[in-house]
Design a protein around this ligand. Structure first.
Ligand code: AP5
Ligand code: MG
Length: 192
């Protein structure tokens, strides 16, 4: 199996690039943000618990997202591999993911970290907020809170993967296609 983590701050292009990568490499896309928004929309108990955190731009508690990931991995026993988007976001999540993949005798192949400057992130998310309907895109303060949460709690997870020689930094500015071709160069080294 080939298991990729797309890592990076809010607005860095994880979702956009994951969609393009899964079409090219036949991997299953798992976005914890998308899974959580589905739970919120369906007003499940999990969704109701998560909504408050999401609306404030804060991370949802680890046990909630880890449970969701476990279910999603189990639902795809035939997958060639996964692209994890927006997960893991804490060291505890990273360790749980390793344990879950270990049960399938596999592990994380590579972590691709999209690097984008803060003002570009804010500008992308504010402009998406005009049409997306995402409650956490509407207010610049919430957008900045999400970025701060990333810097404080998620960015340190990069070191966990760098220690295992799995981290690759990719410039995330430029057009969507330019970023995609940088990612493909890395992906192609795996499939070569
Ligand atoms: P999540 O849904 O993961 O959101 P996020 O990380 O804040 O990031 P986004 O989805 O907004 O950005 P993205 O990097 O996917 O960029 P995109 O491709 O969309 O999480 C939402 C919330 O859920 C969290 O705040 C938290 O509360 C909770 N949550 C989720 N996972 C969790 C976890 N593991 N643990 C705890 N809590 C969790 O692009 C953004 C915009 O930019 C788009 O409009 C796009 O068209 C545009 N764009 C993309 N690339 C380019 C480019 N190259 N040039 C110009 N524009 C571009
Ligand atoms: Mg996303």
């Amino acid at each position: 199996m080939v298991n990729i983590v797309l890592f990076g701050p809010p607005g860095s292009g994880k979702g956009t690039q994951a969609d393009k990568l899964l079409a090219k490499y036949q991997l299953v896309h798992i976005s914890t943000g998308d899974l959580l928004r589905e739970e919120v929309e369906n007003e499940t108990p999990l969704g109701l618990e998560a909504k408050d955190f999401m609306d404030k731009g804060l991370l949802v508690p680890d046990e909630v997202v880890i449970g969701m990931i476990k279910t999603k991995i189990e639902k795809n026993p035939e997958a060639n591999g996964f692209i994890f988007d927006g997960f893991p976001r804490t060291k505890e999540q990273a360790e749980s993911l390793d344990n879950l993949l270990d049960l399938k005798s596999t592990g994380i192949t590579k972590v691709l970290q999209l690097e984008v400057g803060e003002e570009e992130l804010v500008s992308r998310l504010k402009s998406r907020g005009e049409s997306s309907g995402r409650s956490d895109d509407k207010d610049e303060n919430i957008i900045r809170q999400r970025i701060e949460e990333y810097e404080n709690k998620t960015a340190p997870v990069a070191a966990y993967y760098a220690d295992q020689d799995k981290l690759v930094k990719i410039p995330g500015e430029g057009t969507i296609d330019e970023v995609f071709s940088r990612l493909c160069q890395e992906m192609d080294t795996i499939f070569a």
